[in-house]
Design a protein around this ligand. Structure first.
Ligand SMILES: *Cc1c(COP(=O)(O)O)cnc(C)c1O
Length: 364
């Protein structure tokens, strides 16, 4: 045993990430609402771009994803030189952790924050420090109280997955203002395209005002989950450091061209946002009752909280949904045993979920 290769300290403490289910045994159809994928597929322009790229699979990509960075720079009015593109935002989060966290360091994250943050922290040799939430929302005071001399990064998903709740721009400013200047604040705005709240700030203005704020984004939730493209926007010194460890050809050509076309296709992005807002509100209204609580969501999913009463629990409801081929996300891995996260899908999917869950609750 002791002679065989040993992983670095911390690696075997990582609880492996468990993706949402994608099958429902025995059901005649399967509707996947477990991974917050796009309810409208991919931008047709992105699909065309990938088809064209298939003719040139023998040539290495442009290593820095220049065309995509320049497009993002134009679309968001930001400096393309301060963007780094990764193979999904998961890679970007790993690169940030590898760059700033070492043995004995800490990263602060909120109680029901995205499950990848503890993984990247431990992978880099650090210790995740969990700050309690207040009623399923990140708590600025608790996050700040968790910061110590050893803290290198504070990770915040805004809006958060899996709760769907968010901190408004004022609260985000307060969080930043309370951090020591050596701590990197990573604002993971994975669901930015879906947010409709007017007091939301995506993080760009904070990045521009500060030397220690990084915004992370992804194309996965807006139709390109299979292409694996995410990115960050940060201060020049962070971009310089992270680029030193980034793989020289880390994003594939199909990924780069799909994301470039999707970033330009603002008509499609708006259609996604409009569809999502409509059905997110509709499903929230249909399900919320004196027995089911639906957390107000700014993402492309809702978190539904079920009673503890036997027969009415989240796991009973999940069985009822699965029997109809409706695959949603169980929340045990996040410590929310009474919750199910349901991605916003097509109109048919949303009607099927509402009908199934309302029949399930009426039966009891
Ligand atoms: C889905 C998700 C990501 C990861 O996205 P990829 O780009 O597919 O790696 C990052 N952060 C949050 C909060 C997410 O929900």
């Amino acid at each position: 045993m002791e002679n065989r290769p040993q992983p670095q300290k911390g690696i075997l403490e990582i609880a492996p990430y468990v993706p949402g289910r994608s099958t429902a045994h025995g059901a005649s159809r399967v509707i996947k609402l477990s991974a917050n994928e796009s309810p409208l597929g991919a931008s047709p322009k992105a699909i065309e771009a990938v088809k064209a790229a298939a003719e040139k699979l023998d040539i290495y990509p442009e290593g820095s994803s220049r065309q995509l960075r320049e497009t993002l720079g134009e679309v968001h009015s930001i400096d393309a030189e301060r963007i780094i593109v990764g193979a999904g935002s998961d890679e970007v989060l790993h690169l940030l952790a590898q760059t700033y966290i070492g043995d004995g360091d800490e990263a602060v994250m909120s109680q029901y924050g995205f499950m990848v943050y503890p993984i990247v922290t431990r992978a880099a040799g650090g210790t995740p420090i969990i700050a309690a939430e207040t009623d399923y929302r990140a708590d600025v005071d608790a996050l700040l109280a968790a910061v110590t001399d050893r803290t290198k990064i504070v990770f915040l998903a805004n809006p958060n997955n899996p709760t769907g709740t968010y901190l408004d721009a004022g609260a985000l400013d307060r969080l930043h203002a309370g951090l020591p200047s050596h701590v990197v604040l990573v604002i993971d705005s994975a669901y930015a395209e879906y947010v409709t709240a007017e007091d939301y700030g995506v993080g760009i203005s904070l990045v521009e005002r500060a030397e220690n704020v990084v915004m992370v984004r992804t194309f996965s939730k807006m139709g390109l989950a299979a292409a694996r493209v995410g990115w960050l926007y940060g201060p020049e010194h962070v971009v310089d450091a992270v680029n030193r460890i980034r793989g020289p050809f880390n994003v594939s050509v199909p990924g780069q061209v799909a994301a470039t076309a999707a970033a330009r296709d603002t008509v499609f992005t708006k259609a996604l946002r409009d569809h999502n807002a409509r059905w997110r509100d509709w499903l929230t209204d249909k399900l919320a009752s004196n027995r089911l609580r639906v957390l107000p969501s700014q993402g492309n999913f809702i978190l539904v909280l079920f009673p503890d009463t036997p027969g009415q629990t989240a796991s009973d409801a999940n069985a009822a949904l699965l029997a109809q081929g409706l695959v949603v996300r169980e929340m045990g891995g996040y410590g929310i045993d009474n919750g199910l996260r349901i991605s916003i899908g097509t109109q048919d999917a949303m009607e099927a979920v509402a009908e199934c869950l309302n029949a399930f609750m009426e039966d009891k």
